[in-house]
Design a protein around this ligand. Structure first.
Ligand SMILES: Nc1ncnc2c1ncn2[C@@H]1O[C@H](COP(=O)(O)OP(=O)(O)O)[C@@H](O)[C@H]1O
Ligand SMILES: [Mg+2]
Length: 357
């Protein structure tokens, strides 16, 4: 029996929970037709909140309604990557003489005429020719771009193409990225139409969602866990999706069959060793020096900390402080539990930063 928790990035969890609304809206946009605003969607949130797994889940969902999805990570050769991946997906799911394919959807008999497509040399021409053939068979394509960054020539070219053809073809676009990168896409003047994308901000799971996720994931294995232990795990994770997987994984590992509160504590202790390197360090990499100055100052204080007290601990004037405070709130790193106060969002982040002080 293997561990039902998967503390790694981009791996669809055995139990996926709490993001149903986002997926439903996007699928609705596909069914509703061109012009539906959900056909261009942006998912944003800190690392480990579950952006990539939403893209993966959408990949499975769209197949059920006769669409294919094309997943790419943002990189220099983005356009070629999108085209290659699309070709691969067509070959995998659309076969000339199979009425039903492995995915269980049926698009009927269909073969793509590749010669016709590859003869085009511009990316736009090849893409147009391929989409034309798919359209004739009523097959839609969801373009997914993950870890998006603004200010990219290839993204601009992709976006212009998408905008130009959004009403001719069955196409939709969903991007995922951390908040300031999504912002830089939204403020890019060349691709200003992307600003109208539906923005979905990923927060923490609620306490009851977290408990339900932990309970259902344990139920996939032969190990039992008490409600009290589930409550402790949920509380320690703070509803942060990656942490639920990491804590759950170690708690499952550290006990043979029945897990009560004392066993849960042992597992949580083991998990704590990895939180810094597998989560907090990655989040820090995405922050600027000024962001870090602010959060290191905050880590030295009793939290929630008053904003004026925090200002006294940094070199920032009120304007700068407010600017960075807002930025870090957007990034999902800090929040205001009440007016004039700030605290950390991600469990263990404060403790981890304190170790560097
Ligand atoms: N809604 C969810 N339910 C259960 N597990 C989740 C959920 N969202 C994310 N996870 C888990 O959290 C981890 C990080 O998810 P990932 O999508 O890679 O984060 P991101 O792309 O935002 O950095 C993965 O192990 C994933 O299985
Ligand atoms: Mg990701």
């Amino acid at each position: 029996m293997s561990n039902p928790f998967h503390p790694s990035y981009g791996v669809l969890p055995r139990i996926f929970l709490g993001r149903e609304g986002i997926i439903r809206d996007f699928i609705y946009g596909l069914e509703n037709g061109p012009g539906d605003p959900n056909r261009s969607t942006a998912i944003t949130g800190a690392r480990g909140t579950g952006k990539t797994v939403i893209l993966k889940e959408i990949e499975n969902e769209v197949l059920k309604i006769g669409w294919i999805s094309v997943y790419s990570l943002m990189k220099v050769d983005l356009l070629e990557d999108i085209f290659d991946e699309m070709k691969r997906k067509c070959k995998e799911h659309i076969q000339p003489d199979a009425k039903r394919r492995i995915t269980g959807i049926s698009i009927g008999q269909f073969a793509v005429n590749w010669e016709n497509i590859d003869s085009g040399n511009r990316w736009e021409t090849k893409m147009y020719n391929l989409l034309m053939q798919l359209t004739e068979k009523d097959i839609g394509v969801v373009f997914e771009i993950d870890e998006i960054t603004g200010n990219s020539e290839s993204l601009r070219r992709f976006a212009s193409f998408f905008q130009k053809h959004i009403s001719n073809f069955k196409i939709a676009f969903i991007m995922a990225g951390i908040p300031h990168q999504i912002d830089s896409v939204f403020t890019d003047k060349v691709i200003s139409f992307l600003r109208r994308s539906r923005l979905k901000q990923l927060g923490l799971l609620s306490m009851s969602e977290s408990k339900s996720l932990i309970r259902k994931t344990f139920a996939l294995s032969h190990k039992n866990i008490t409600e009290e232990a589930i409550g402790l795990l949920a509380a320690k994770s703070g509803g942060f999706p990656y942490l639920i997987q990491l804590l759950g994984y170690e708690v499952w590992e550290s006990s043979d069959s029945a897990i009560d509160i004392s066993e849960a504590k042992v597992g949580i202790k083991r998990a704590e060793i990895y939180i810094g390197s597998s989560l907090i360090e990655l989040i820090l990499q995405d922050l600027s020096l000024m962001d870090k100055e602010l959060i290191y100052a905050l880590a030295k204080m009793n939290t929630p900390a008053g904003v004026s007290d925090l200002m006294a601990k940094t070199r920032f004037d009120r304007n700068k402080l407010n600017q960075y405070r807002r930025r870090l709130v957007r990034e999902g790193i800090i929040h205001s539990p009440e007016r004039g106060y700030v605290d950390f969002v991600i469990p263990y982040m404060k403790e981890y930063l304190q170790r560097d002080l």
